[in-house]
Design a protein around this ligand. Sequence first.
Ligand SMILES: Nc1ncnc2c1ncn2[C@@H]1O[C@H](COP(=O)(O)OP(=O)(O)OP(=O)(O)O)[C@@H](O)[C@H]1O
Ligand SMILES: [Mg+2]
Length: 338
Amino acid sequence: MEMCFNKSFEDIRTMDPKMLEILSMAHRVAKSTSNVLITGESGTGKELVARGIHRSSPRSEGPFIAVNCGAIPLELLESELMGYERGAFTGALSRRVGDFEFANGGTIFLDEISSLPRPLQAKLLRILQEREIKRLGSNKTVKLDVRVIAAANVDLEEEVEKGLFRQDLYFRLNVVPIHLLPLRERIGDIPLLLDHFIKKACSKMMKNIHGYSTEIIPILQRHPWPGNVREFENLIERVVVLIEDGKLISIKDLPPNIVISNSSGYSQIQEDTLGLREKCMVYEKVEIMKALYDTKWNRGKAARLLKIHRNTLIQKMKKLNIPSGSKKGANNILDNGR
Ligand SMILES: Nc1ncnc2c1ncn2[C@@H]1O[C@H](COP(=O)(O)OP(=O)(O)OP(=O)(O)O)[C@@H](O)[C@H]1O
Ligand SMILES: [Mg+2]
């Protein structure tokens, strides 16, 4: 079973009710020319949603120009956005059409808008108000018909309060706010995304993975995913690269930091609330998980690596709640995208 909202948003997989509601709103807002502000942690799908809005808008035939305001050196950003005439400044050897003009008739996506320096915030505000632009070094104004979608992975309202972001610009951009939930707040999507990314990685790498053992689902659901869907996708791709063709993905194939982050991890050892006994248990668990991973969950080999008896290892695994790594409860992905 796969869920997607509609054709324009088909690369966004979710069955989370809140996310579906957000996508439905994005779909409705696409019909207008209102500015949209998309917020959400890194890797939550802000750019995917921006592209979806463009695709389902009446201007879908027009260009979609994405500008990462955080990645372009500040001294270049203005000329990138506005364009310039030959000789507008030293080094302007030929004229350049700016991103706003490029986006004319379509959508401009201003990513990491919080990185925009104050002077440029003022210029952007003016462009949004007047709907026209002048290239640097030119007196000619160009009429703009551009839909603006901005994105931020920081709380812009907080930036406004701190005086880092202009309030008037914030209000202008935030006509329709769209907030994307972090993955850890929609863990019901994990099985769906797992299927999707296994298929995606398999077809990219011409591999044939039969599916996964269901024991990995709760493990993946308990990981906090600070990098959200992007981190999740990268992990699955890595797992698919490393696994033998024709196998099922099981606990053995997950890197120890993912399995450990569930219940306990090294970071917990730093916590003063833990007594020496608990700290030792966390430490033991981490070391055992590493040995199991390094030996592809061969308990005999792992025990030798740890220089303990195999039975001691099995006892410790039980005590520390480490799964045995068996393949019971397999979830086959029959049509795996090949
Ligand atoms: N719901 C989803 N379904 C399928 N893939 C997704 C979903 N959300 C995100 N992705 C995947 O995660 C990657 C990151 O998404 P995107 O670039 O849109 O995130 P972002 O919010 O813009 O991140 P950043 O703030 O780091 O720029 C995408 O390339 C896409 O492959
Ligand atoms: Mg992005």
